[in-house]
Structures are given as C-alpha cells and as structure tokens.
Design a protein around this ligand. Structure first.
Ligand code: BGC
Length: 764
C-alpha cells in the first residue's frame, strides 16, 4: 500500500462515501464505485429524495419464483443479464443473491430467498453469481448468516446448534463461496449465538476466510455495524452506508492506542481498494431491454408450479372456450415484494391483457375484490365464508364487496372456464407475516366462483407459501404463480394456454396448516432470542421425520405430460456418487421433468433427516422419448459436521439414493456403498467405557487392562466391576461410565494413576 495511504485514509475507505458508493480517497487516487440492490433487478436510486425509487430496470422473477425452476442454467442467464444492466448503469457490485434459508413460511423476506433446502439454494445461487461476475460485476452474497426472519432482525440472536449451523444454514454460503468466489459477502444484521454477525470473528474470519478460502471483501448490511473497531477486528471490511467520521476516528484511536492491530485495518482498506480496482476493469455496456423482458418471461414461465389439474382443465384451448378472468390481481399484477429489492420495471405485463391476446374466444373480466380489500385482515380458518348462503359470505360480504363478488359470479356463470387471480398482499422486508391465510375477500371469491363454474382455475400470486386447504378441494385446477417479476402476466398466459408446459417445482413445502410446520413453536422468538429448536429438521426434513401429511410436498409440481422412471443405478466415484436413471416422457407433448435425488444412510451414527436432497436436474424430454439422466452427488454433500472433531465427516456405509419427482414421490431407489473418511475421535479419560470399546485400539487396551487386573488380583478376583464387564447386559450399563469416574469406584479394575498412560497409548 502506498505511503500516502495514511491510517486516516484507511479508516475512511472502510466505510461508505454515501448510501450507494464507496468512499473516494483523492490523495491516493482511489475513485468511488457504486453498489446497489439486487437481487432480481438493478435498483439504481433515481434521485436524491426517495431511497427506493429506482431508474427503470428489468424486474426479473424474485428468488421465490426463480428457485422453482430448479434450473441452474436459467439462473446463470439471469445473472449475466443482470451483469449487463449493471454495466449499463455503472454499478460495480449488485447486492445479491439473498440465500438465507426459508426457515418459516412466515418469513417476511422469503420472496427474496430461494428455498428451505441448502443444496438447492447453493446450486442455484452459485450459477447466479457466476453469471453476474462473468460480466465483470461483483455479487454480494447475503445475508451472512442465519438471517431467516425479519422480526427484530437488527438485534435478535439466532440461537443455533453447531451441526445445524454447518449442515443447514452455512452450507449454501459455503458452496457459493468455494465454487464461485463472490466479490463480496454481506454480513447480516442479527446475532448468531449471541454475537453480532458484524463482530463475529469466528464467522467472518475463521469460517469464511480461513476454512472456505474467501478472497473477497466483507461488506456490512446497511446499518449492521454497531462498533467499527470490533467489526474490523472480526474481519468485516466495509461498513455501509457512510460516511462515518466518528467511526473513522475510533479506528484511528484504536490503532494508536494499540487496541487494534494496524495490519487488520490495512488489510480491510486494501480489500476495498482491490474491489475498486477490479470494478474499474469492467467495460461499460448497454443492454437490450426487450431481450431482457423476454428472458424475464422465459424464467417466469419456468417458475410457475402447477399444483392441481383435474380432468384436464388446463391447458386452455386457444379458441372456442370463453374465459372469465376474475380478481384485481389479473389486471393489477402482484409481481414483487416490498423493501430494498423493489424494482421500477421497464415494462409490466398483466395477465388480463395477455390472456385476451392468447385466445380468439371471448374473455370477460370482473374485479372480484379491490386491492384495498385484499389488504384486509386475513380470514380466520374457522370463519370462512359460507357459499351456501348467497349474500352473506363472511369477510367478503361488505356492501361493495358483495357487489364485486356477485358481478364475478355472474361473469363466471356465462363463461366456459373461470380463472381466479388471488394471493397475498403483505410481503415486505422488515416484517414477518402472521398468517398463511388468503385475505377473506379472496377466499370468498374462490368459493363463490367455484360454486358457479365447475371449471375454475385458481392462480396464486404470493411471495411465500399460502394455506391451500380446504379451499383447493373445491376447484379442479390450482396454479402457483408466486411473484413472477415484470413479465409474470405473459408467463401466466403462456402456462394457462400451454405455450409453456409447466415444469416448476416447489422449493418449499406447503403445509396443511401453520401449526404443523417444524419451526412453529420457535418462530420468531422473543426478548432478543430465537431458538432454532427444530435443528436440522428444517422444512421437508421435519415433515418427513415426523411422518406428517402436507398439502403439497417439497419438489412437487405437475406437467401437461407424464413421466415414467426406469431403474436407478448408483456408483461411488472419486468425487462422490453418480446416479443414472432413464426417464421417459410417456405423455403426448414435450415437457420438462425435474429429477431429484434424495439420500439417506440407514443406521447412521448421527441423527439425520429421513431424506435429504443431494442432486437434481431439469431435463427437457420430447414426447415418447427416453433420456438417461445423470446426477452427480458431491462426496462433500454426504458429510455431516462432527462436533467432536470440529470438521466434516463422511460416514462409511450403504447409502440409499431415492430418485423421484418430489420428496414424497420416489420412483426408484439404489443402494451404494460409500467408503468412510478417516475420522478417529481421540479417546480421553472422559470417554466412556462404551466409547473405549467401540474404538478398536481402545477396546484392545481396555480389554488387556481388565485382564491384567484380574491376573494381578491375589485371589484371582479382579473385583465386581471386572465381573460386570464380562456380562454383556452389565456392560451396557457400564458403557456410559467415563473412565475417570470408573477409576474412582471401589473394586474398579482400573486405577486413576493408570489412565493417562492408557490414553497416550490409545491415541498413539
Ligand atoms: C437489506 C439488504 C440491502 C441493503 C441495501 C438492507 O436493509 O437487508 O438486503 O441490500 O438494505 O439496500
């Protein structure tokens, strides 16, 4: 670092120049660069006043939708397109992707996150980052870590056990960091086990840099830093936003007083400098807004999940079938959530216009509810409107509400098919939801229309799962339309009319009810703490472990065609396991199947979920064709985190690979022997008799010690404990005795003074 780069300069450059820029240091010739949100569009602040009002940019489908494609290739293309838009706006770093896991369906930012599964999240986000960075624009992997709720997000401590942290909440971060080297990682607001992420040396330095080899810069979430000195000491480089003169002064004083290692500040400042240099290398560019809109439409179409389609109601014929389009969301689309990710779109498709354009038959619209009504308090499950009493339908029965419903019913009666657009309304950063229920006015619309027209299709617009029971039983077709970005309206029409054969799959479980959810009892915590009580059993892992029914399982989604699976074969390879399975499109039209491989290890020494997703592939198969699908499972993904050794361990054994079309639709299974990692837990005086006997060397030494004690005893009787050790039933009881405790018992075959030698020999 050049000499003119003083401690004061170093301090200044480690906080922002303003809300969206790094600080320029003129004396050292360092310009400022722009960083901005993210993640599903480029939100460049348009003018001074409104932080969130952006320059028009393509609003791609938010992660809740794009994750449902289960297609890393699409995510890469989205990343590339975002990179082009960043270049056009001179953005150095785009603040995304957001890869926190969806721990609870109530999570207010679930629409910005991918999944309840770390592998699905990690694989998709890796490609997004690769795509973006291939354009010379940096990603910001966020929010590191365990930021799975909005309630009290700036203070709450996420209290998570070590295995759960490693195997679930950090796993996706580890994958993206090691495979794609994002230019930056954004540290979360919250605390992890009592320590702010921004002050967490273990997280930011030991895990992120020392273990995973992260080479980039750690930026704070906006306002996440409480103490700049502690943050730099922990491994955080850049505090945003800025400037922060007090913090700069505190850093200089801490260095002067010998309280902060100057090398740490220097290293952080250098990382900011490196980022600026790297950003300076990207060429300027422009982008084709129409082409990006088309890409947004393609991804949105691939995101739609067909949940139900009885009697072939869908796809709709493009002529001769009149369509009632009902619900304000068809005209005023809900296509993104609120908060920092909000994009001002370049154009906006609504479903009503697109449906009208897609068919030569009559299309009639009725509003059904107003957007204001959509915001009404959610219906109580036990007070849902009663469609048998026309005119008194519960919360949808206000005077104007009733008139809108009656109009919708009349239109539904006069058309061949009714398509009802409903969904959630309150989804925003900063607040969690408090219910999974649809607004009462929407429930009323579904009930009344379903009673009027047996060919009713419900299309949902929502950023996180909604309860679908029991109302989905009253309609033959249900389309999960998520928040689909600016081209959502055309994408929905593509799916409804079969121009796109649906291939989206649920990246999160839809429960029967909130109380069933594994997170239910421990979300969102209280008094500054949230306990991750379900541990490893997040999402489908928990539903499967407790053998609970769900409305629609993780990985589920229908198609307009059908697929049959042949027999899976699995072999261990140097890098893990390779699974091959023939899949046939047994229906009448081309389609895409998402083939999923779940793994379990029967008889594992550690607690594991019954099934864990380890690999998947989205494959296009022509009607009548068979494709051999090859799925590669990384050996590292078979590992569990051993808390005794403080590292990943692959247990040896016969792994069961279950291949299917969802987590609850397994079509074929294969068993594959996998060799164990060398992983010996050292024996100590605190290891139990059982643990000593479970270890080959320990068993030999302890056996010999017991035998010696018997031989040495003058009367040939080594005492009651040796006798016990000889009896298998007694040995089970003795098994839990730590060696040190055993040695204190009268008549023990071991003396305290023998233990250290035994331990040394056992571990030699
Ligand atoms: C959000 C981040 C975002 C940042 C900048 C924060 O409130 O948590 O995701 O990138 O603001 O807008």
């Amino acid at each position: 670092m050049s000499s003119e780069f003083s401690t004061a300069d170093q301090a200044a450059i480690t906080s922002g120049g303003d809300f969206w820029h790094t600080a320029a240091v003129e004396s050292a010739g360092i310009p400022a660069v722009t960083v901005t949100d993210g993640p599903h569009g480029v939100r460049m602040q348009a003018s001074g006043g409104d932080l969130l009002a952006g320059v028009p940019a393509t609003c791609f489908p938010p992660a809740v939708a794009s994750a449902s494609t289960w297609d890393p290739e699409l995510l890469r293309r989205m990343g590339e397109a975002l990179g082009d838009e960043c270049r056009a706006q001179d953005v150095a770093v785009l603040l995304g992707p957001g890869i926190n896991l969806k721990r609870s369906p109530l999570g207010g930012r679930n629409f910005e996150y991918f999944s309840e599964d770390p592998i699905l999240t990690g694989v998709l986000a890796t490609e997004w980052v690769r795509g973006l960075q291939s354009k010379g624009v940096g990603a910001s992997l966020k929010h590191f870590a365990v930021n799975s709720q909005e309630t009290d997000r700036m203070r709450v401590s996420a209290d998570v056990d070590e295995r759960t942290l490693r195997e679930i909440y950090l796993r996706a971060f580890q994958r993206v960091v090691t495979q794609a080297q994002p230019w930056t990682v954004m540290c979360a607001y919250n605390k992890i086990n009592g320590v702010y992420a921004s002050e967490n040396h273990w997280l930011l330095t030991e895990v992120l840099r020392d273990e995973w080899g992260f080479e980039g810069l750690v930026v704070s979430d906006w306002g996440a830093v409480v103490d700049r000195v502690k943050a730099i000491a922990a491994g955080l480089d850049l505090t945003m936003p800025g400037p922060d003169a007090d913090g700069d002064a505190a850093l200089c004083e801490a260095v002067e007083a010998g309280q902060l290692d100057p090398a740490l500040l220097r290293a952080s400042a250098q990382r900011v400098r490196d980022l600026v240099t790297k950003a300076g290398e990207r060429p300027a560019g422009g982008y084709d807004a129409a082409a990006h809109h088309a890409l947004a439409r393609e991804i949105a179409g691939r995101s739609v999940v067909l949940l139900k389609n009885e009697g072939g109601v869908l796809p709709l014929a493009r002529s001769g079938v009149s369509v009632a389009v009902l619900g304000e969301f068809a005209r005023t689309p809900r296509y993104q959530g609120g908060g920092s990710s909000q994009i001002t779109p370049t154009q906006l498709d609504d479903a009503l216009t697109q449906i009208t354009a897609a068919t030569s038959a009559a299309v009639r619209f009725a509003q059904g509810y107003t957007v204001e009504e959509a915001g009404a308090a959610p219906a109580e499950t036990d007070s849902q409107p009663d469609s048998s009493e026309a005119g008194s339908s519960g919360a949808g029965s206000s005077q104007p509400g009733e008139a809108l419903l009656a109009e919708a019913v009349a239109v539904a009666r006069e058309c061949d098919v009714a398509v009802v657009f409903v969904g959630s309304v309150h989804e925003t950063e900063g607040a969690d939801r408090d219910s999974l229920d649809l607004p009462a006015a929407h429930l009323a619309l579904i009930e009344r229309v379903a009673a009027a027209n047996p060919r009713t299709v419900v299309v949902l617009s929502n950023g996180a799962v909604l309860a679908t029971k029991p109302w989905d039983e009253s309609v033959p077709a249900l389309v999960e339309g998520w928040l689909l970005g600016q081209a959502g309206g055309s994408a929905i029409a593509d799916v409804l009319f079969g121009r796109v054969n649906p291939s989206g799959r649920l990246a999160e479980t839809i429960p029967l009810k909130l109380a069933d959810h594994p997170s239910y009892l421990d979300f969102p915590g209280e008094h500054g703490h949230v306990r991750y009580g379900e541990g490893l059993h997040i999402g489908y892992r928990g539903f499967d472990a407790r053998e609970q029914p769900v409305a629609y399982p993780f990985g589920f989604g229908l198609s307009y065609t059908t697929f049959t699976y042949g027999t899976a074969r699995a072999v261990a390879t140097e890098t893990g396991v390779e699974v091959r399975v023939p899949v046939t499109n047994s229906g009448g039209r081309a389609g895409r199947e998402v083939v999923q491989a779940y793994v379990s290890l029967p008889g594992s020494r550690v607690r594991r979920a019954p099934r864990e997703l380890k690999a998947f592939a989205s494959v296009e198969i022509a009607a009548g064709e068979t494709t051999e699908v090859v799925l590669g499972i990384d050996r590292g993904d078979l590992a569990y985190w051993d808390t005794r050794l403080g590292r990943w361990v692959v247990e040896g054994g016969d792994y069961l690979v279950s291949v299917g079309a969802s987590s609850r639709d397994i079509r074929t299974e294969a068993t594959v022997p996998v060799p164990a990692d060398a992983a010996r837990v050292p024996l100590t005086t605190e290891s139990s008799v059982g643990e000593w006997f479970a270890d080959p060397r320990g068993a030999q030494l302890l056996g010999e010690a017991f035998a010696r004690a018997a031989a040495e005893a003058s009367d040939g009787d080594a005492g009651p404990m040796s006798a016990m050790a000889a009896d298998p039933a007694m040995l089970m009881m003795l098994g839990s005795l730590p060696l040190s405790r055993m040695a204190t018992f009268p008549g023990s075959p071991l003396r305290a003074d023998q233990l250290d030698k035994l331990v040394t020999e056992a571990n030699a």
